[in-house]
Design a protein around this ligand. Structure first.
Ligand code: PEP
Ligand code: MN
Length: 368
């Protein structure tokens, strides 16, 4: 279905908004002073037009800082009044959305945990449909493109055309250098399927640490993302949430100065270039293959240790035969050549046997 044709372009959301859209501000509003200090610094720098701050924070475990609630909306009003920045916050319930509208919040975002729940999305749609404010929809925590698209479509079908997606990465099945696995191929698919839908990158949540934000943000710009949302805090080390990934206003200014922004009109021709897009998907998939291979090897090591302690031999013929057959069958179902699957598997298996043999001989697991 090629829908979302009538999405309103970002520059038509508000006077003076540019594409790429830059949004910055703290993960959470913590105090009036912290909010105003950040907003004043960002306004002075003049790089962003939209200020973000989370008021209601969805936390994995109860008892951690869950946001300042409604009083934070007054601070956002003050930001608007005193700096002229537009303001945005996360809404997760109908009540949040009502409050955001009541306090004149200029745009709202739907968090990753909320996007995943169609009932919650529908409740937000019901409140936001007549508010005429832009809605930014973060990807769900799991890499489920249909669920992400579904949430966006729910808003669109209710007549909300000031819409954008925010790519904040996905829960990593394995530890990696980044907090969230980007799976750029999903964001690229989203862009390809809905060329009118702006897609903004949230490099802060993908990176998870300040030092990797530039790398992630630059990658997003190279892929012609339509904006960035970056977490900025006057004193990141004492931030009440996401402290490792927040930048000081100064570091944010430096980030924007160091990034290469491409000319979107001439760049879009490049971006649409088939090879660029497909190669990027391949890069991302290769990265995931290696992460999975490393994960597999750690499991193999666990078995090695167990075999050593129980004095069982490394090579178990029946297990190998069943691995081979089941993977060949699986490969066939996926359209992969039998010989290809076999030789790939033999390589993987050979390395596993070697690793286990080393363990049984008493070498350390890192030593192959
Ligand atoms: C946030 O933006 O601070 C946030 C909680 O994001 P996400 O929903 O992406 O985890
Ligand atoms: Mn955050």
């Amino acid at each position: 279905m090629n829908s979302l044709l009538n999405i309103t372009p970002i520059p038509d959301w508000y006077n003076g908004l540019l594409q790429p859209l830059l949004i910055a501000g703290p993960c959470s509003a913590e105090s009036e002073t912290q909010v105003m200090e950040t907003a004043n610094a960002l306004a002075k720098e003049g790089k962003v037009k939209v200020f973000r701050a989370g008021i209601w924070k969805p936390r994995s475990r109860p008892g951690s800082f869950e946001g300042v609630g409604e009083k934070g909306l007054q601070w956002l009003q003050q930001v608007k009044r005193e700096t002229g920045l537009l303001v945005t916050t996360e809404v997760a319930t109908a009540l949040h959305a009502q409050k955001a509208i009541e306090y004149g919040i200029d745009m709202v975002w739907v968090g990753a945990r909320t996007t995943a729940n169609p009932f919650s999305v529908d409740q937000l749609v019901a409140v936001l449909k007549d508010a005429n404010i832009p809605v930014l929809v973060k990807n769900p925590v799991t890499p489920d493109l249909e669920l992400w698209i579904g949430a966006i479509e729910r808003f669109y079908r209710a007549g909300i055309t000031k819409l954008a997606a925010i790519h904040r990465g996905f829960y990593p099945y394995e530890r990696s250098r980044l907090r969230n696995i980007p799976k750029w191929e999903l964001a690229i698919d989203l862009k390809s399927r809905f060329p009118n839908l702006p897609v903004i990158c949230d490099p802060s949540h993908i990176a998870g640490i300040a030092g990797l934000i530039h790398e992630v943000a630059q990658h997003a710009l190279d892929l012609s993302f339509d904006g960035l949302m970056v977490e900025v805090h006057p004193n990141p080390s004492v931030a009440l949430s996401d402290s490792k990934q927040q930048l000081t206003p100064l570091a944010f200014g430096q980030l924007i100065a160091d990034l290469t922004f491409h000319d979107t009109t001439s760049q879009s021709a490049d971006f649409v270039d088939f090879l660029t897009r497909v190669r990027d998907k391949i890069d991302s998939i290769d990265q995931q293959i290696f992460e999975l291979l490393a994960h597999r090897m750690r499991l193999v090591e666990q078995i090695g240790e167990y075999k050593r302690s129980t004095n069982v031999s490394v090579f178990q013929l029946r297990r190998w035969e069943s691995i081979l057959q089941s993977r060949i069958d699986c490969g066939k179902r996926l359209g992969l050549d039998e010989e290809y699957v076999k030789s790939l598997l033999q390589l993987v298996h050979k390395e596993s046997i070697k690793k286990q043999a080393d363990i049984i001989k008493g070498k350390t697991t890192g030593d192959s």
